[in-house]
Design a protein around this ligand. Structure first.
Ligand code: ADP
Ligand code: ADP
Length: 224
């Protein structure tokens, strides 16, 4: 079953021209896929469309059985819980604890206190940060901050994870650790789409890789 499907997707920004032009692809449930391409190629735009942060100018996007073009407005918050998003700058709240940052999506979703405690600790355990739940993000290293961002994205157990340059601020060793963490989610069935510039890492990891160039999908290695 395709978990993500783009059909003739175009995205045009007023005055900036076409960010995506006629993009077509499918990602099957459980795949781990890298998204590469030069700066400005359209990678972030593609991820924002999947996260329903923006809408396409034309074309259809289907994610986890939902047609994003026809999704009623009141369903958007529920849809967003099905897509965990990870950003280069991780977007943590600097004045809240690690625990509170990771708990945030569950608090918004109205999950009960006891269940929040259980799930946040499970997510922190998955990223190896259980001992840091009381720390604030400023006390953490860059790699640890990104792992908190990943814990926040997975705490609601979304079937899809999308990451936008998640290792853009990290050195090669920490970048590899983050990618290996993504592989662990891949092994338990999560579908991942990871935008990255890190071609060395991409080539060493042997997952399907989609390449954008000036808004066009120019290469797709298919599954390895
Ligand atoms: P990438 O993530 O591959 O660097 P982006 O998706 O950020 O590429 O950008 C693709 C193109 O769309 C670029 O030309 C960029 O300037 C333009 N663009 C992206 N976001 C916006 C926006 N919010 N408003 C106007 N133009 C944008
Ligand atoms: P902005 O569009 O103002 O930059 P954010 O960057 O905070 O807003 O987030 C954009 C959207 O992505 C928000 O609507 C939010 O619901 C969603 N989002 C942010 N972080 C996560 C996450 N970890 N998991 C799932 N969705 C998220």
């Amino acid at each position: 079953m395709p978990l993500i499907r783009f059909e003739h997707v175009f995205k045009r920004y007023p005055e900036r021209g076409e960010a995506l032009g006629n993009v077509n692809f499918e990602i099957q449930a459980g795949e781990m896929v890298f998204l590469t391409g030069h700066s400005g190629a359209g990678k972030s735009t593609m991820l924002r469309l999947i996260g329903l942060i923006e809408r396409p100018t034309r074309g259809q996007i289907l994610v986890n059985g939902r047609n994003l073009a026809t999704l009623p407005r009141r369903q958007i918050p529920y849809y967003r819980r099905e897509v965990g998003m990870i950003f280069q700058d991780h977007r943590l709240l600097p004045d809240r604890s690690v625990f509170d940052n990771v708990a945030l999506p569950l608090v918004v979703a109205g999950v009960g206190q006891k269940e929040i405690g259980r799930r946040v600790r499970a997510a922190l355990d998955q990223v190896g940060l259980l001992s840091r739940e009381r720390a604030t993000p400023v006390a953490l290293s860059g790699g640890e901050q990104q792992r908190v961002g990943i814990a926040r994205a997975v705490v609601g157990r979304p079937p899809v994870l999308v990451a936008d340059e998640p290792t853009g601020n990290l050195d090669p060793d920490l970048s590899r650790e983050i990618f290996e963490l993504f592989e662990r989610f891949h092994y338990v069935g999560v579908t991942l789409l990871i935008a990255t510039h890190d071609l060395n890492l991409v080539q060493s990891m042997r997952h399907r890789t989609i390449t954008l160039d000036a808004g066009r999908l120019v290469n797709d290695t298919g599954d390895w």
